[in-house]
Design a protein around this ligand. Sequence first.
Ligand SMILES: [Zn+2]
Length: 93
Amino acid sequence: MASLITCPHCGTRPKEEFSIRGAAAPRRPSAGDRDEVWYAYVYVRDNPKGLTQEYWHHAAGCRRFLVVERDTLTHEVFGVTDAAALTRKEAAE
Ligand SMILES: [Zn+2]
């Protein structure tokens, strides 16, 4: 596991300050979607080997949700982005 995470708000911090909150790739279905779509969103997850994006919560710092891009095999971290900023950027595109 990566031992240091660079939070965009707090700087470089030990990983113990963060909690992993799950994969960032699944997109929330709309309220009217079928039960099968909601089931897949809530319960079905891949277990990727390699590059992945995850939500991390900086629980002992700024308490912001971040999107951490890391390799699940080597635990190397490639990038950390504020989740709200990333969502706003995707919505604008
Ligand atoms: Zn932080």
